[in-house]
Write a protein that binds this ligand. Structure first.
Ligand code: ARG
Length: 565
Protein backbone atom coordinates (compact mmCIF):
# COMPACT_ATOMS: atom_id res chain seq x y z
CA UNK A 1 0.00 0.00 0.00
CA UNK A 2 1.08 3.54 -0.63
CA UNK A 3 2.35 5.25 2.49
CA UNK A 4 1.34 8.85 1.89
CA UNK A 5 3.47 10.13 4.72
CA UNK A 6 6.51 8.81 2.90
CA UNK A 7 5.28 10.55 -0.25
CA UNK A 8 5.18 13.78 1.76
CA UNK A 9 8.78 13.22 2.77
CA UNK A 10 9.77 12.56 -0.85
CA UNK A 11 8.12 15.79 -1.89
CA UNK A 12 9.86 17.78 0.83
CA UNK A 13 13.19 16.33 -0.22
CA UNK A 14 12.69 17.85 -3.65
CA UNK A 15 13.18 21.21 -1.94
CA UNK A 16 16.78 20.27 -1.06
CA UNK A 17 16.56 21.84 2.36
CA UNK A 18 19.39 21.33 4.78
CA UNK A 19 17.60 18.64 6.81
CA UNK A 20 17.73 14.84 7.02
CA UNK A 21 14.90 12.48 6.05
CA UNK A 22 14.58 11.33 9.64
CA UNK A 23 14.18 14.88 10.83
CA UNK A 24 11.56 15.60 8.20
CA UNK A 25 9.60 12.55 9.38
CA UNK A 26 9.80 13.67 12.98
CA UNK A 27 8.50 17.15 12.12
CA UNK A 28 5.49 16.14 10.02
CA UNK A 29 2.22 16.70 11.84
CA UNK A 30 -1.37 15.66 11.30
CA UNK A 31 -3.45 18.89 11.21
CA UNK A 32 -6.19 19.14 13.82
CA UNK A 33 -8.86 19.65 11.16
CA UNK A 34 -9.25 17.89 7.85
CA UNK A 35 -9.92 21.22 6.12
CA UNK A 36 -6.25 21.94 6.76
CA UNK A 37 -5.05 18.96 4.82
CA UNK A 38 -3.84 15.49 5.76
CA UNK A 39 -0.24 16.31 6.64
CA UNK A 40 1.48 19.51 7.65
CA UNK A 41 5.13 20.50 7.73
CA UNK A 42 6.20 23.44 9.92
CA UNK A 43 8.94 25.67 8.55
CA UNK A 44 10.03 27.60 11.67
CA UNK A 45 13.36 25.83 11.52
CA UNK A 46 14.35 27.64 8.36
CA UNK A 47 13.67 31.19 9.52
CA UNK A 48 17.39 31.88 9.99
CA UNK A 49 18.50 30.46 6.65
CA UNK A 50 15.82 32.26 4.68
CA UNK A 51 15.89 35.44 6.74
CA UNK A 52 12.13 35.76 6.26
CA UNK A 53 8.98 35.40 8.29
CA UNK A 54 7.90 31.72 8.52
CA UNK A 55 4.61 32.45 6.72
CA UNK A 56 6.48 33.75 3.71
CA UNK A 57 8.90 30.82 3.74
CA UNK A 58 6.01 28.35 3.79
CA UNK A 59 4.34 30.19 0.94
CA UNK A 60 7.50 30.22 -1.15
CA UNK A 61 8.27 26.54 -0.55
CA UNK A 62 4.71 25.36 -1.14
CA UNK A 63 4.72 27.31 -4.41
CA UNK A 64 7.71 25.29 -5.61
CA UNK A 65 6.01 21.92 -5.16
CA UNK A 66 3.85 20.32 -7.83
CA UNK A 67 0.94 18.10 -6.78
CA UNK A 68 2.01 15.06 -8.78
CA UNK A 69 -0.12 11.94 -8.66
CA UNK A 70 -0.24 11.55 -4.88
CA UNK A 71 -1.67 14.91 -3.82
CA UNK A 72 -4.68 16.97 -4.77
CA UNK A 73 -3.21 20.15 -3.34
CA UNK A 74 -0.12 21.51 -1.61
CA UNK A 75 -0.54 24.97 -0.06
CA UNK A 76 0.62 26.89 2.94
CA UNK A 77 -1.50 27.85 5.90
CA UNK A 78 0.54 30.31 7.90
CA UNK A 79 3.93 28.81 8.72
CA UNK A 80 2.97 25.29 7.56
CA UNK A 81 3.11 23.55 4.22
CA UNK A 82 -0.11 21.55 4.04
CA UNK A 83 -0.52 18.44 1.93
CA UNK A 84 -3.91 17.21 0.74
CA UNK A 85 -3.84 13.55 -0.25
CA UNK A 86 -5.32 12.54 -3.60
CA UNK A 87 -8.52 11.00 -2.23
CA UNK A 88 -9.38 9.04 -5.35
CA UNK A 89 -6.06 7.29 -5.22
CA UNK A 90 -6.33 6.77 -1.46
CA UNK A 91 -9.82 5.29 -1.79
CA UNK A 92 -8.62 2.82 -4.41
CA UNK A 93 -5.63 1.86 -2.30
CA UNK A 94 -7.66 1.30 0.85
CA UNK A 95 -10.55 -0.62 -0.69
CA UNK A 96 -8.32 -2.82 -2.81
CA UNK A 97 -6.13 -3.28 0.25
CA UNK A 98 -9.07 -4.68 2.20
CA UNK A 99 -10.10 -6.92 -0.68
CA UNK A 100 -6.64 -8.27 -1.44
CA UNK A 101 -5.20 -8.80 2.04
CA UNK A 102 -6.17 -11.61 4.34
CA UNK A 103 -4.78 -9.56 7.21
CA UNK A 104 -5.58 -6.01 6.25
CA UNK A 105 -3.64 -3.57 8.41
CA UNK A 106 -0.88 -5.96 9.45
CA UNK A 107 2.66 -4.75 8.79
CA UNK A 108 4.01 -8.20 9.66
CA UNK A 109 6.51 -6.60 12.03
CA UNK A 110 6.77 -9.77 14.10
CA UNK A 111 7.91 -12.06 11.32
CA UNK A 112 10.58 -14.43 12.56
CA UNK A 113 10.29 -13.28 16.18
CA UNK A 114 8.93 -15.14 19.17
CA UNK A 115 6.99 -13.21 21.78
CA UNK A 116 5.95 -14.79 25.04
CA UNK A 117 2.77 -13.38 26.52
CA UNK A 118 2.32 -14.53 30.07
CA UNK A 119 -1.11 -13.61 31.39
CA UNK A 120 -3.95 -14.49 33.74
CA UNK A 121 -1.67 -16.48 36.09
CA UNK A 122 -4.36 -17.28 38.62
CA UNK A 123 -3.58 -18.88 41.94
CA UNK A 124 -4.73 -22.37 42.77
CA UNK A 125 -7.23 -22.57 45.64
CA UNK A 126 -7.85 -18.83 45.52
CA UNK A 127 -10.65 -16.92 43.82
CA UNK A 128 -10.28 -15.69 40.25
CA UNK A 129 -10.57 -12.01 41.04
CA UNK A 130 -10.99 -8.86 39.01
CA UNK A 131 -7.23 -8.25 38.83
CA UNK A 132 -6.85 -11.63 37.17
CA UNK A 133 -9.65 -10.68 34.80
CA UNK A 134 -7.70 -7.62 33.74
CA UNK A 135 -4.57 -9.68 33.20
CA UNK A 136 -6.55 -12.25 31.23
CA UNK A 137 -8.32 -9.77 29.00
CA UNK A 138 -5.32 -7.50 28.39
CA UNK A 139 -2.97 -10.42 27.84
CA UNK A 140 -5.30 -12.19 25.47
CA UNK A 141 -5.69 -9.07 23.38
CA UNK A 142 -1.95 -8.41 23.31
CA UNK A 143 -1.43 -11.98 22.23
CA UNK A 144 -3.94 -11.50 19.38
CA UNK A 145 -2.42 -8.18 18.34
CA UNK A 146 1.10 -9.63 18.21
CA UNK A 147 -0.06 -12.70 16.33
CA UNK A 148 -1.72 -10.50 13.74
CA UNK A 149 1.72 -8.96 13.15
CA UNK A 150 3.09 -12.46 12.51
CA UNK A 151 4.89 -12.77 15.80
CA UNK A 152 5.21 -16.36 16.82
CA UNK A 153 3.44 -15.99 20.17
CA UNK A 154 3.37 -18.29 23.17
CA UNK A 155 0.44 -17.68 25.51
CA UNK A 156 1.38 -18.89 28.96
CA UNK A 157 -0.78 -19.10 32.06
CA UNK A 158 1.82 -19.05 34.83
CA UNK A 159 -0.36 -20.74 37.38
CA UNK A 160 0.36 -19.94 41.04
CA UNK A 161 0.52 -23.52 42.21
CA UNK A 162 3.55 -23.58 44.46
CA UNK A 163 4.88 -22.10 47.66
CA UNK A 164 4.61 -22.49 51.40
CA UNK A 165 0.88 -21.80 51.36
CA UNK A 166 0.37 -25.23 49.83
CA UNK A 167 1.94 -26.70 52.96
CA UNK A 168 -0.80 -24.92 54.88
CA UNK A 169 -3.50 -26.12 52.51
CA UNK A 170 -2.46 -29.73 52.81
CA UNK A 171 -2.11 -29.58 56.55
CA UNK A 172 -5.46 -27.80 56.90
CA UNK A 173 -7.23 -30.31 54.72
CA UNK A 174 -5.79 -33.19 56.70
CA UNK A 175 -7.02 -31.65 59.94
CA UNK A 176 -10.44 -30.33 59.06
CA UNK A 177 -11.13 -30.99 55.39
CA UNK A 178 -13.96 -32.96 53.84
CA UNK A 179 -13.91 -34.15 50.26
CA UNK A 180 -17.63 -33.66 50.01
CA UNK A 181 -17.55 -29.99 50.96
CA UNK A 182 -14.65 -29.24 48.67
CA UNK A 183 -16.23 -31.04 45.74
CA UNK A 184 -19.41 -29.04 46.19
CA UNK A 185 -17.72 -25.64 46.06
CA UNK A 186 -14.00 -26.13 45.48
CA UNK A 187 -12.60 -22.62 45.59
CA UNK A 188 -14.61 -21.44 48.56
CA UNK A 189 -14.06 -24.75 50.35
CA UNK A 190 -10.31 -24.45 49.94
CA UNK A 191 -10.33 -20.78 50.75
CA UNK A 192 -12.18 -21.42 54.01
CA UNK A 193 -9.55 -23.95 55.02
CA UNK A 194 -6.76 -21.55 54.20
CA UNK A 195 -8.35 -18.66 56.09
CA UNK A 196 -9.00 -20.81 59.15
CA UNK A 197 -5.45 -22.15 59.10
CA UNK A 198 -3.95 -18.69 59.01
CA UNK A 199 -6.14 -17.59 61.85
CA UNK A 200 -5.45 -20.54 64.10
CA UNK A 201 -1.75 -20.43 63.31
CA UNK A 202 -1.56 -17.04 64.95
CA UNK A 203 -2.46 -18.65 68.28
CA UNK A 204 -0.81 -22.00 67.74
CA UNK A 205 2.76 -22.03 66.48
CA UNK A 206 2.77 -25.75 65.91
CA UNK A 207 0.55 -25.20 62.90
CA UNK A 208 3.26 -23.25 61.10
CA UNK A 209 5.74 -26.05 61.74
CA UNK A 210 3.29 -28.55 60.36
CA UNK A 211 2.69 -26.45 57.26
CA UNK A 212 6.42 -26.25 56.68
CA UNK A 213 6.68 -29.97 57.18
CA UNK A 214 4.04 -30.56 54.48
CA UNK A 215 5.56 -28.12 52.05
CA UNK A 216 8.87 -29.85 52.55
CA UNK A 217 7.22 -33.18 51.75
CA UNK A 218 5.72 -31.59 48.65
CA UNK A 219 9.12 -30.28 47.56
CA UNK A 220 10.50 -33.80 48.07
CA UNK A 221 7.71 -35.22 45.86
CA UNK A 222 6.14 -37.26 48.63
CA UNK A 223 3.20 -39.26 47.25
CA UNK A 224 0.51 -38.16 49.67
CA UNK A 225 1.44 -34.48 49.52
CA UNK A 226 1.67 -34.59 45.75
CA UNK A 227 -1.72 -36.26 45.36
CA UNK A 228 -3.53 -33.71 47.48
CA UNK A 229 -1.77 -30.85 45.74
CA UNK A 230 -2.67 -32.27 42.33
CA UNK A 231 -6.29 -32.60 43.40
CA UNK A 232 -6.45 -28.98 44.61
CA UNK A 233 -4.98 -27.97 41.30
CA UNK A 234 -7.33 -30.02 39.16
CA UNK A 235 -10.48 -28.79 40.82
CA UNK A 236 -9.31 -25.18 40.83
CA UNK A 237 -8.42 -25.27 37.15
CA UNK A 238 -11.75 -26.80 36.36
CA UNK A 239 -13.38 -23.76 37.97
CA UNK A 240 -11.07 -21.30 36.18
CA UNK A 241 -11.65 -22.98 32.85
CA UNK A 242 -15.30 -22.08 33.01
CA UNK A 243 -14.29 -18.44 33.11
CA UNK A 244 -11.75 -18.88 30.30
CA UNK A 245 -14.46 -20.50 28.25
CA UNK A 246 -16.87 -17.64 28.85
CA UNK A 247 -14.16 -15.20 27.82
CA UNK A 248 -13.09 -17.32 24.86
CA UNK A 249 -9.48 -17.37 26.03
CA UNK A 250 -6.99 -20.13 25.25
CA UNK A 251 -3.43 -20.74 26.38
CA UNK A 252 -0.58 -22.57 24.72
CA UNK A 253 0.47 -23.91 28.09
CA UNK A 254 -0.17 -23.71 31.81
CA UNK A 255 3.42 -24.08 32.96
CA UNK A 256 3.29 -22.38 36.31
CA UNK A 257 5.37 -22.00 39.42
CA UNK A 258 5.44 -25.69 40.26
CA UNK A 259 6.59 -26.67 36.79
CA UNK A 260 9.59 -24.38 36.96
CA UNK A 261 10.46 -25.23 40.53
CA UNK A 262 12.33 -28.24 39.15
CA UNK A 263 14.99 -25.86 37.84
CA UNK A 264 15.48 -23.92 41.05
CA UNK A 265 18.37 -26.05 42.21
CA UNK A 266 20.33 -25.28 39.04
CA UNK A 267 19.60 -21.59 39.38
CA UNK A 268 20.79 -21.44 42.95
CA UNK A 269 23.94 -23.26 41.92
CA UNK A 270 24.49 -20.82 39.09
CA UNK A 271 23.97 -17.84 41.39
CA UNK A 272 26.49 -19.36 43.74
CA UNK A 273 29.05 -19.97 41.00
CA UNK A 274 28.63 -16.41 39.83
CA UNK A 275 29.32 -15.30 43.40
CA UNK A 276 26.07 -13.47 43.77
CA UNK A 277 24.69 -15.08 46.93
CA UNK A 278 25.02 -13.61 50.39
CA UNK A 279 23.85 -14.78 53.76
CA UNK A 280 21.63 -12.50 55.75
CA UNK A 281 20.02 -13.52 59.05
CA UNK A 282 20.02 -17.16 58.04
CA UNK A 283 18.44 -16.45 54.66
CA UNK A 284 20.15 -16.32 51.29
CA UNK A 285 19.88 -13.15 49.25
CA UNK A 286 21.19 -11.33 46.19
CA UNK A 287 22.22 -7.79 46.89
CA UNK A 288 20.90 -5.21 44.40
CA UNK A 289 22.22 -2.05 45.98
CA UNK A 290 23.88 -0.88 42.83
CA UNK A 291 20.46 -0.88 41.13
CA UNK A 292 18.99 1.06 44.04
CA UNK A 293 16.71 -1.88 44.75
CA UNK A 294 16.12 -3.87 47.93
CA UNK A 295 17.83 -7.27 48.08
CA UNK A 296 16.15 -10.33 46.65
CA UNK A 297 15.31 -13.27 48.89
CA UNK A 298 16.45 -16.46 47.18
CA UNK A 299 15.98 -18.93 50.03
CA UNK A 300 14.20 -18.37 53.29
CA UNK A 301 15.92 -19.13 56.58
CA UNK A 302 13.87 -22.32 56.83
CA UNK A 303 15.24 -23.42 53.47
CA UNK A 304 12.05 -22.91 51.45
CA UNK A 305 12.24 -21.57 47.94
CA UNK A 306 10.66 -18.25 47.00
CA UNK A 307 8.46 -16.65 44.38
CA UNK A 308 11.30 -14.70 42.80
CA UNK A 309 13.62 -17.69 42.63
CA UNK A 310 10.97 -19.49 40.60
CA UNK A 311 10.69 -16.46 38.35
CA UNK A 312 14.44 -16.39 37.75
CA UNK A 313 14.34 -20.07 36.84
CA UNK A 314 11.34 -19.47 34.60
CA UNK A 315 12.92 -16.62 32.65
CA UNK A 316 16.07 -18.65 31.97
CA UNK A 317 14.01 -21.69 31.00
CA UNK A 318 11.94 -19.60 28.57
CA UNK A 319 15.02 -18.12 26.94
CA UNK A 320 16.48 -21.59 26.44
CA UNK A 321 13.21 -23.10 25.26
CA UNK A 322 11.79 -20.37 23.04
CA UNK A 323 14.70 -18.03 22.37
CA UNK A 324 12.22 -15.22 22.80
CA UNK A 325 12.52 -11.76 21.31
CA UNK A 326 10.36 -10.44 24.15
CA UNK A 327 9.13 -12.15 27.31
CA UNK A 328 6.04 -10.17 28.37
CA UNK A 329 4.51 -10.41 31.85
CA UNK A 330 0.97 -9.07 32.00
CA UNK A 331 0.77 -8.47 35.74
CA UNK A 332 -0.77 -5.78 37.98
CA UNK A 333 1.32 -2.71 38.74
CA UNK A 334 1.60 -3.74 42.40
CA UNK A 335 4.30 -6.19 41.33
CA UNK A 336 6.47 -3.53 39.73
CA UNK A 337 9.26 -3.91 42.24
CA UNK A 338 9.26 -7.68 41.83
CA UNK A 339 9.87 -7.41 38.09
CA UNK A 340 12.50 -4.71 38.50
CA UNK A 341 14.32 -7.05 40.83
CA UNK A 342 13.90 -9.96 38.45
CA UNK A 343 15.47 -8.03 35.57
CA UNK A 344 18.26 -6.77 37.84
CA UNK A 345 19.16 -10.28 39.03
CA UNK A 346 19.20 -11.55 35.45
CA UNK A 347 21.55 -8.69 34.56
CA UNK A 348 23.80 -9.56 37.49
CA UNK A 349 23.90 -13.10 36.17
CA UNK A 350 25.23 -11.68 32.92
CA UNK A 351 22.21 -12.29 30.71
CA UNK A 352 22.24 -9.67 28.00
CA UNK A 353 18.58 -10.43 27.24
CA UNK A 354 17.45 -9.36 30.73
CA UNK A 355 15.82 -6.20 29.41
CA UNK A 356 13.75 -8.25 26.98
CA UNK A 357 11.74 -9.36 29.99
CA UNK A 358 8.98 -6.78 30.05
CA UNK A 359 6.53 -6.10 32.84
CA UNK A 360 3.31 -5.15 31.05
CA UNK A 361 1.64 -3.57 34.03
CA UNK A 362 -1.90 -2.38 34.53
CA UNK A 363 -3.94 -0.38 37.02
CA UNK A 364 -6.69 -1.35 39.42
CA UNK A 365 -10.43 -1.57 39.04
CA UNK A 366 -12.72 -0.15 41.65
CA UNK A 367 -16.48 -0.48 41.83
CA UNK A 368 -18.99 2.28 41.48
CA UNK A 369 -21.56 2.00 44.31
CA UNK A 370 -20.30 -1.46 45.16
CA UNK A 371 -21.42 -2.59 41.72
CA UNK A 372 -19.95 -6.03 42.23
CA UNK A 373 -20.87 -6.77 45.82
CA UNK A 374 -21.71 -10.39 46.22
CA UNK A 375 -23.01 -12.73 48.86
CA UNK A 376 -20.05 -12.55 51.24
CA UNK A 377 -17.41 -14.43 49.29
CA UNK A 378 -19.58 -17.43 48.58
CA UNK A 379 -19.29 -17.25 44.84
CA UNK A 380 -16.53 -16.84 42.35
CA UNK A 381 -16.72 -13.17 42.15
CA UNK A 382 -15.74 -12.81 38.55
CA UNK A 383 -17.94 -15.48 37.09
CA UNK A 384 -20.85 -13.80 38.80
CA UNK A 385 -20.04 -10.51 37.12
CA UNK A 386 -19.86 -12.11 33.71
CA UNK A 387 -23.11 -13.96 34.22
CA UNK A 388 -24.76 -10.80 35.43
CA UNK A 389 -23.64 -9.01 32.25
CA UNK A 390 -25.15 -11.80 30.20
CA UNK A 391 -28.49 -11.73 31.98
CA UNK A 392 -28.69 -7.94 31.82
CA UNK A 393 -28.05 -8.20 28.08
CA UNK A 394 -30.80 -10.79 27.83
CA UNK A 395 -33.23 -8.28 29.27
CA UNK A 396 -32.11 -5.60 26.82
CA UNK A 397 -32.56 -7.97 23.89
CA UNK A 398 -36.04 -8.93 25.10
CA UNK A 399 -36.93 -5.25 24.97
CA UNK A 400 -35.26 -4.25 21.75
CA UNK A 401 -35.40 -7.27 19.52
CA UNK A 402 -37.36 -10.17 21.03
CA UNK A 403 -37.43 -12.15 17.76
CA UNK A 404 -33.65 -12.28 17.39
CA UNK A 405 -32.28 -15.70 16.39
CA UNK A 406 -29.79 -17.40 18.75
CA UNK A 407 -30.70 -15.01 21.52
CA UNK A 408 -28.66 -16.81 24.14
CA UNK A 409 -25.50 -16.95 22.15
CA UNK A 410 -25.77 -13.30 21.18
CA UNK A 411 -26.52 -12.24 24.76
CA UNK A 412 -23.35 -13.97 25.84
CA UNK A 413 -21.32 -12.33 23.09
CA UNK A 414 -22.62 -8.89 23.92
CA UNK A 415 -22.53 -9.20 27.71
CA UNK A 416 -19.05 -10.65 27.89
CA UNK A 417 -17.86 -8.37 25.08
CA UNK A 418 -19.10 -5.34 27.00
CA UNK A 419 -17.02 -6.26 30.04
CA UNK A 420 -13.93 -6.90 27.96
CA UNK A 421 -14.39 -3.68 25.99
CA UNK A 422 -14.70 -1.56 29.10
CA UNK A 423 -11.59 -3.16 30.53
CA UNK A 424 -9.61 -2.38 27.39
CA UNK A 425 -10.96 1.11 26.85
CA UNK A 426 -8.39 3.13 28.79
CA UNK A 427 -4.63 2.96 28.78
CA UNK A 428 -3.91 -0.20 30.68
CA UNK A 429 -1.86 1.55 33.35
CA UNK A 430 -4.83 3.68 34.41
CA UNK A 431 -7.06 2.70 37.29
CA UNK A 432 -10.71 2.65 36.32
CA UNK A 433 -14.13 2.52 37.89
CA UNK A 434 -16.46 -0.31 36.95
CA UNK A 435 -19.91 1.05 36.25
CA UNK A 436 -22.80 -1.10 35.01
CA UNK A 437 -24.64 1.84 33.41
CA UNK A 438 -21.60 2.55 31.30
CA UNK A 439 -20.75 -1.03 30.36
CA UNK A 440 -24.00 -1.94 28.62
CA UNK A 441 -24.89 1.42 27.12
CA UNK A 442 -25.63 0.80 23.43
CA UNK A 443 -25.08 4.46 22.60
CA UNK A 444 -21.90 5.21 24.49
CA UNK A 445 -18.31 4.43 23.69
CA UNK A 446 -18.91 0.80 24.49
CA UNK A 447 -18.58 -2.73 23.20
CA UNK A 448 -22.28 -3.03 22.31
CA UNK A 449 -22.05 0.24 20.35
CA UNK A 450 -19.22 -1.07 18.18
CA UNK A 451 -20.80 -4.51 17.85
CA UNK A 452 -24.03 -2.85 16.81
CA UNK A 453 -22.35 -0.82 14.05
CA UNK A 454 -20.76 -4.02 12.83
CA UNK A 455 -24.09 -5.87 12.88
CA UNK A 456 -25.72 -2.99 11.02
CA UNK A 457 -23.08 -3.20 8.29
CA UNK A 458 -23.62 -6.97 8.13
CA UNK A 459 -27.34 -6.60 7.74
CA UNK A 460 -26.95 -4.03 4.92
CA UNK A 461 -24.69 -6.47 3.11
CA UNK A 462 -26.85 -9.51 3.79
CA UNK A 463 -29.98 -7.80 2.56
CA UNK A 464 -28.52 -7.45 -0.94
CA UNK A 465 -26.61 -10.71 -0.71
CA UNK A 466 -23.38 -8.76 -1.18
CA UNK A 467 -20.67 -10.28 -3.38
CA UNK A 468 -17.35 -8.64 -4.09
CA UNK A 469 -17.62 -7.24 -7.63
CA UNK A 470 -14.96 -6.28 -10.15
CA UNK A 471 -14.89 -2.79 -11.63
CA UNK A 472 -16.46 -0.81 -8.84
CA UNK A 473 -16.05 2.89 -9.53
CA UNK A 474 -14.32 4.12 -6.38
CA UNK A 475 -14.25 7.69 -7.66
CA UNK A 476 -17.95 8.01 -6.90
CA UNK A 477 -17.19 8.05 -3.18
CA UNK A 478 -16.81 11.78 -2.71
CA UNK A 479 -18.98 12.68 0.25
CA UNK A 480 -17.22 13.95 3.32
CA UNK A 481 -18.63 11.05 5.38
CA UNK A 482 -17.28 8.54 2.87
CA UNK A 483 -13.81 10.04 2.72
CA UNK A 484 -13.77 10.19 6.51
CA UNK A 485 -14.22 6.41 6.67
CA UNK A 486 -11.54 5.84 4.05
CA UNK A 487 -9.07 7.87 6.08
CA UNK A 488 -9.85 5.96 9.23
CA UNK A 489 -9.46 2.66 7.41
CA UNK A 490 -6.15 3.88 6.03
CA UNK A 491 -4.97 4.55 9.56
CA UNK A 492 -5.70 1.00 10.76
CA UNK A 493 -2.20 -0.28 10.06
CA UNK A 494 -0.57 2.54 12.03
CA UNK A 495 -2.88 1.95 14.96
CA UNK A 496 -2.11 -1.77 14.96
CA UNK A 497 1.60 -1.18 14.71
CA UNK A 498 1.53 1.20 17.67
CA UNK A 499 -0.66 -1.17 19.65
CA UNK A 500 1.83 -3.98 19.04
CA UNK A 501 4.88 -1.89 19.88
CA UNK A 502 3.39 -0.32 22.99
CA UNK A 503 1.47 -3.47 23.99
CA UNK A 504 -1.58 -1.28 24.30
CA UNK A 505 -4.96 -2.77 23.29
CA UNK A 506 -6.73 0.51 24.14
CA UNK A 507 -5.43 1.93 20.86
CA UNK A 508 -7.56 -0.66 19.05
CA UNK A 509 -10.55 -0.09 21.34
CA UNK A 510 -10.53 3.65 20.70
CA UNK A 511 -10.00 3.11 17.03
CA UNK A 512 -13.01 0.80 16.78
CA UNK A 513 -15.23 3.45 18.38
CA UNK A 514 -13.97 6.07 15.94
CA UNK A 515 -14.69 3.82 12.98
CA UNK A 516 -18.13 2.84 14.30
CA UNK A 517 -19.03 6.50 14.76
CA UNK A 518 -17.86 7.40 11.26
CA UNK A 519 -19.85 4.51 9.87
CA UNK A 520 -23.02 5.61 11.66
CA UNK A 521 -22.57 9.12 10.28
CA UNK A 522 -22.21 7.69 6.77
CA UNK A 523 -25.24 5.45 7.27
CA UNK A 524 -27.38 8.39 8.36
CA UNK A 525 -26.45 10.72 5.53
CA UNK A 526 -25.58 8.59 2.49
CA UNK A 527 -28.45 6.42 1.23
CA UNK A 528 -27.34 3.03 -0.02
CA UNK A 529 -30.19 0.95 -1.38
CA UNK A 530 -31.89 3.91 -3.07
CA UNK A 531 -28.68 5.19 -4.65
CA UNK A 532 -27.98 4.96 -8.38
CA UNK A 533 -26.57 1.47 -9.27
CA UNK A 534 -22.88 2.41 -9.56
CA UNK A 535 -22.91 4.57 -6.49
CA UNK A 536 -24.76 1.82 -4.64
CA UNK A 537 -22.02 -0.68 -5.54
CA UNK A 538 -19.35 1.70 -4.34
CA UNK A 539 -21.16 2.34 -1.06
CA UNK A 540 -21.71 -1.34 -0.50
CA UNK A 541 -18.02 -1.94 -0.98
CA UNK A 542 -17.25 0.79 1.54
CA UNK A 543 -19.70 -0.86 3.95
CA UNK A 544 -18.00 -4.19 3.39
CA UNK A 545 -14.54 -2.74 4.07
CA UNK A 546 -15.83 -1.11 7.26
CA UNK A 547 -17.32 -4.37 8.39
CA UNK A 548 -14.08 -6.27 7.79
CA UNK A 549 -12.11 -3.77 9.86
CA UNK A 550 -14.69 -3.53 12.66
CA UNK A 551 -14.82 -7.32 12.94
CA UNK A 552 -11.04 -7.57 12.89
CA UNK A 553 -10.74 -4.91 15.59
CA UNK A 554 -13.26 -6.62 17.85
CA UNK A 555 -11.61 -9.98 17.36
CA UNK A 556 -8.19 -8.55 18.17
CA UNK A 557 -9.67 -7.31 21.43
CA UNK A 558 -10.98 -10.82 22.10
CA UNK A 559 -14.60 -9.81 21.49
CA UNK A 560 -17.10 -11.59 19.26
CA UNK A 561 -18.70 -9.72 16.37
CA UNK A 562 -22.26 -11.05 16.02
CA UNK A 563 -23.87 -10.60 12.60
CA UNK A 564 -27.24 -9.80 14.10
CA UNK A 565 -28.21 -8.21 17.38
N1 ARG B 1 0.03 -15.62 40.43
C1 ARG B 1 0.47 -14.28 40.66
C2 ARG B 1 -0.63 -13.48 41.34
O1 ARG B 1 -1.79 -13.82 41.24
C3 ARG B 1 0.87 -13.57 39.40
C4 ARG B 1 2.03 -14.18 38.67
C5 ARG B 1 2.75 -13.18 37.86
N2 ARG B 1 3.78 -13.73 37.02
C6 ARG B 1 5.01 -13.98 37.37
N3 ARG B 1 5.81 -14.52 36.47
N4 ARG B 1 5.46 -13.74 38.56
O2 ARG B 1 -0.34 -12.48 41.96
Amino acid sequence: MIDFKIKVVDKLEELKLDISREEIISLIEIPPESSMGDYAFPVFKFAKTFKKAPNLIAEELAGKLTKGEFFSNIVNTGPYINFFVNNELLTKEVLEGVLNNKKFGSKNIGLGKTAIVEFSSTNIAKPFHIGHLRSTVIGNSINNILKYQDYNTVAINYIGDYGTQFGMMISAYKKWGSKEIIDRDPINGLLDLYVRYNKEAKENEVLMDEARYWFDRLEKKDKEALELWQWFKDISLKEFNRVYELLGVKFDNYNGEAYHSQFMGEVIKELEEKNLLKESEGAIIVDLEKYDLPPVLIKKSNGSSTYITRDIATAIYRKKTYDFYKNNYVVASQQRLHFQQLVAVLKEMGYEWADDCVHVSFGMVSMKDGAMKTREGKVIFLEEVLNQAISKTNEIIENRNPDLENKEKVAKEIGVGAIIFQDLFNNRIKDYVFDWDQVLNFDGETGPYVQYANARASSILNKVNFQVEENVDYTLLKEEEEIAIIKILDNFSNVLENAANKLEPSFVTRYSVELAKAFNRFYNSCPISSAEENLKSARLLLTYATKVVLTTSLNLLGIAAPEKM
